[in-house]
Design a protein around this ligand. Sequence first.
Ligand SMILES: [Zn+2]
Length: 408
Amino acid sequence: MKKNKNGLPLEIKYCIKCNLINQRPTTINEYFHTSESLQTTVEFDKNGVCAGCHFVKKEFDSKVIDWTSREKELIDLCNKYRKNNGQYDCIVPGSGGKDSVYASYILKHKYKMNPLTVTWSPHLYTEIGWKNFQNWLHKGGFDNFLYTPNPKIHKKITHEATKRLLHPFQPFIIGQKTFALKMAAKFNIALVFYGEMPGKGGKKVSYKAKTYAEATEQKGFEMDPLEGKPFEEAYLGGKKVQEYLDEGISKSDLQSYKPLEIDEVNSNNIQFHYLGYYLRWIPQEMYYFSVKNVDFSANPQRTEGTFTKYSSLDDKIDGFFYYTSYIKFGFGRAMNDSCQEVRHGHITKDEGKSLIKKFDGEYPQKYEEEFLNYISMKKEDFLDLCDKFRPKHLWEKKSNFWQLKKRL
Ligand SMILES: [Zn+2]
């Protein structure tokens, strides 16, 4: 298959079952993500069906996955790690969105674990995000550490990540991945729960991989993301750590982004497990669960760029994360949401298609001003930058409007 300089397939395809575009990247190791990096993209079989569809199909097939026995595995796992002495026995990272609510609630109240919830703070909390975060703790009854990395530095890295990678969410993603591990080591907790299995989104990770370590076939799941190199040689926002240091930013100001040393991971024997391996992970049901148990609020209106009201609501940058993904990969927010719902049989493929046509790529107006302020860019400069990041095989300009060359 022919690819462009960043590894995207030159021939554009849409999954014949769920409409997913074949340009969707799978995970990348963000510590070495630069403008030159090669992306790996979601696999399609010879019939044009994406890996995400294959994955979800397995979840529906009781001959492939027996959910009763998987729940038994979870109970065994909990029995192994449960401390019963008042100390925390597991960590659930999250921000109070539907997934982290479900994971923490069910672990505490059904499986009688004592989870510590930890939160790497969003860049710019939305009102509804903050309310949901508070409800999660107040109504769910959880201990929580909310960690905010130095906002001046975070803002600077976000600027670089936007300028160099058109990825304003990258510094947040880095923290999401590293923070839970550091807290696990600090509190001597050996079990960390993630939610959804990565294979569900089309990443090349087997449905049998219950831990992060077993998912390492896919780039981006390294237990040692520095790959044995010193931190100074890693990148943040596509810029070398050494360059930040040369500009006078101190080592201590960048510590929040430094991953836990692999020796510490190993000596603490920290394990990452996907709760989605043990229990079926259905976004819509997580939402109903969160409404019922912690009074989770959806947006009063649909979220810009999509048709849903309940996903990724806590950060004012979310909308731009999906918007820039649409520019770089033709993969927008409505596609992200609808593909999952098609795979779970909540909507048909044709319904998904019309939602994508209607909402994908819608410009996020609502928090535009705060976003531009945050990344320190003028609107014209941001839009010019977006145009520079449009891959040539994906986009063409017709009567002064950009459109995808091959549309759904
Ligand atoms: Zn598909």
